[in-house]
Write a protein that binds this ligand. Structure first.
Ligand code: GUN
Length: 292
């Protein structure tokens, strides 16, 4: 059984990006600039955005954090998006989700210029991704593919079961895993809350990608021996053992499932660090104006 070290791979990619940024700046180019809009004070979102800003510093990007209180109106937010769309200094930007109930996430996402949509959430990017055209691929799915690639995990002809059908992870990773590509070329089954006999589906899987947001969902009796397990879950569980007062728990009951796996990602330290690094890769693409 091999534990996939997402942190180590992420660090390696970060130094690759830093090196490239260095070369760009030395040869007179512009430093890539990522802006992030954060609404409200959700603990998870605060942490994610702080980590994104920190990652920008680590690779030599310029970053700007734009904060709003929960009471911000949809119009105010749309105005800011439009301002960032035309700001030639900003190469790419993200609007951290979730947004408050009174704001339409879809409306905000669709107002972002797809050429600056480094989250890959705009329908133009989602559509291009689904037919295999150059685009911004959303960060978590891109991070999963990078882990599979760098660990030389064979995917062609394998049966991949995706747990969860979110727009951010489940749907795009299912699309990518069935794409004629490497990683890819899988037979893909997508399971969700209405799926009958998830255990039977999972037991047939060579690769399981768990992205339900249900801590400890995948148990040992649900997997076959030799399976590759990618755990995307990051639920905050109260803990008196950590400074922050919580710890992250994945969608996989790691201790009992890991011994049956050929490869498995831990939580934390698996997919999480890769997600941020994928956003950095997309920002680099945006800085080089590679998506148009
Ligand atoms: N909320 C959870 N994941 C993400 C993400 O990848 N990007 C943004 N903008 N919001 C999120």
């Amino acid at each position: 059984m091999k534990i996939i070290d997402g942190k180590a791979i992420a660090d390696q990619i970060k130094s690759e990006i830093a090196e490239e940024v260095n070369q760009m700046v030395i040869s007179g180019g512009k430093r890539p600039h990522l802006a992030a809009i954060l609404v409200g004070h959700d603990g998870g979102s605060e942490t994610y955005v702080a980590n994104k800003v920190k990652a920008c510093e680590a690779v030599g990007f310029k970053s700007t954090l734009i904060r709003y209180e929960n009471e911000v109106t949809e119009t105010e937010l749309l105005d800011k998006v439009i301002e960032l769309n035309v700001d030639s200094d900003v190469d790419g930007f993200i609007v951290q989700l979730p947004l408050p109930e009174h704001i339409s996430e879809q409306k905000i996402i669709e107002s972002i210029d797809y050429r600056k949509d480094v989250d890959g959430f705009h329908p133009v990017n989602v559509g291009r991704m689904s037919i295999g055209l150059p685009c911004f691929v959303s960060a978590t799915p891109a991070g999963i593919l990078e882990l599979l690639k760098r660990y030389h995990i064979e995917t062609a002809g394998k049966h991949c079961v995706v747990l969860g059908r979110s727009n951010i992870v489940g749907k795009p990773i299912a699309t990518l895993m069935m794409q004629k590509a490497n990683p890819g070329d899988c037979t893909v089954t997508v399971c969700h809350s209405r799926t009958q006999d998830i255990k039977k589906q999972c037991r047939q899987a060579d690769i399981i990608i768990a992205a339900l947001g249900v801590p400890g969902f995948l148990k040992k009796e649900m997997v076959k021996e030799g399976v590759v397990v990618i755990d995307v879950g990051t639920t905050r569980i109260p803990s008196d053992k950590t400074k922050s007062g919580f710890k992250l728990k994945g969608d996989v009951e790691f201790d009992e499932v890991a011994p049956l796996c050929s490869c498995i990602t831990p939580v934390p330290g698996g997919v999480g660090p890769m997600t941020i690094v994928s956003l950095m890769k997309n920002t680099l693409l945006a800085g080089k104006k590679m998506i148009y």
